[in-house]
Design a protein around this ligand. Sequence first.
Ligand code: FEO
Ligand code: CA
Ligand code: CA
Length: 656
Amino acid sequence: MAFNRRAYFEDAENTPSNVDIKAPIGEIIAQRYSRRGFLKGMGYGGLGVAAIGAMNPLSAAIAAEGEASDRFGFDEIAHGVDTTHHVAAGHDADILIRWGDPLFAGAPAFNPHNQSADAQEQQFGYNNDYVGFVPLEGRFDHGLLVVNHEYTNEELMFPGLPGPQDEHDFTGITREMVEIEKAAHGLSVVEVKREGGKWHYVRDSRYNRRITPRSTAMTLSGPVAGHQRVRTSADAEGRRVIGTLNNCAGGTTPWGTILTCEENFHGYFLGDAEFHPEKDKLARYGVPGMSYAWGRFDSRFDIGQEPNEPNRFGWVVEIDPLDPTSTPIKRTALGRFKHEGAASVLTEDGRLAVYMGDDQRFDYVYKFVSRDVVDRADPAANRELLDHGTLYVARFDEDGTVTWLPLVHGEGPLTAENGFASQADVLIDTRLAADALGATPMDRPEDIEANPETGEVYVMLTNNDKRTGEQVDAVNPRGDNVFGHVLEIVTEGRHTATQNRWEVLVKCGDPARGEVGAMWNPATSENGWFASPDNCAVDARGRLWVTTDQGGNWPKSGTADGVWAMETQGERRGTGKMFFRVPVGAEMCGPCFTPDDTTLFVAVQHPAADGAEDFDGHQGRSSFETPATRWPDFEDGMPPRPSVVAITRQGGGVIG
Ligand code: FEO
Ligand code: CA
Ligand code: CA
């Protein structure tokens, strides 16, 4: 079968590089399940509030107050897959900005048949993922959108490519295409405004900015800055990196900056790891992933020529969108792994906690707690806040405790004898340090969001079809976990604590199919369940919204990805409700509410790409010439275009 870039990334996340997975013993599982016997194949069926309360005192308290009604007023849409998007009745879902839309006065109009790297650098990038909204002058109808452009699908971007046959086949890929790909990566900052009820973007705003791995200089800060292992021939000091790669999800800090997360950076490197001085360390990160041809034309991406370049990616990057001249900063204190997102929450003593997932099968959940308190009155005072603090990795025990293990040089096994000569080593090799501490290997931790009011922290565990029955544990309760689950960390507001409790909120997939082993509140309708939770958002009302990424697995669920509302408290806890779905082959990214909840921005990523061969009426995989959909333009000759969609309520008002 022909190679599919998107599927390749999916497979990279599929393939565990964490080889030291301990198979927990059956007794432990039994112990865990007996503590909460209702979990045992029963799902939420027949459960009263009291039983739910037994697992979550906070929920019990809220339920006791009688909050049992549906917190979402919309009529849900139906599962399905077709060439366009759908939103719940009473809402509009309008295309706000598309791949190729010009951001600056002199930017050329998008022409996919005559694209150039210089044009692409002045246009909205490809594969929009994270979306952040930064209000301007305190307004909720006017602000900046900060959007990640995670990766590129060259077979859908460029005409005339034969399509690669495998991940090492770069037939037809030219130097100019590589430059266009680089220019289509990174981020866009773009001013947006709502006028007459409708959103539009402002071309040539003084805030508009493209940040790319082709041309944007960034600083390395924190314990790794200047270290020997991040020095290259272009950067003898180890403090200055060009660009950011595979920016997946992200977060917003209380002082208004954006955190953008470098995920599958391994895919951009070529070369032979056999001769690399850090061969084993590279292997834990899957470097070189060899999924792009960049290393053929740019020595930075050839590990033979620049052995330290991979150590300069895999970080969380802080960006000040209000200052287009600002230099993005790679915050190394937050660790190096395949960062999905970064959810900030103020701690009980005024510091900052950042919850983060490492998106690969059998990788870990992390949190960073700053050393210093956040100065909310003076944003500039927080300039170094993310450079000092403690990074922790999670161990989820069968008794419902999550223990946060500090990744601190000199503590426990993190010593020179074990290969960690300094805190810089601990951070560059975060995964290896977390392995040494005995963190719990999870079913692909993706987005994490915190509910600041309740202290609940939601963890999206997308799937893990590599987990065997032997490897099942309490917190990852299904083998061959195709559909994923949602975990809740019950902090009760104690975000600095080294121990909290955890609960499984839902086990995803169709509850009507016994073999799936799903667990939902029985109030969930036939359309309310979802599969493969990936990104999420908590709105200003404290309601959870989940978006999905099934990849090529959507034929197994029979529905496209989309947005689901999710009840987390009271009698309806664990009830899903379908709000939006994407066109065929896309995944749903970037759910982002304006602070008044009157707009939901969502990012439709890689339309036409996934599972096109399983889509009725379409022959084989999608290409530029024969995509499974031409969403959103539906014009002959125009390829599908990843786009941000603005969802509003007809006549105004709160979403959902
Ligand atoms: Fe880029 Fe893990 O999704
Ligand atoms: Ca994601
Ligand atoms: Ca994803």
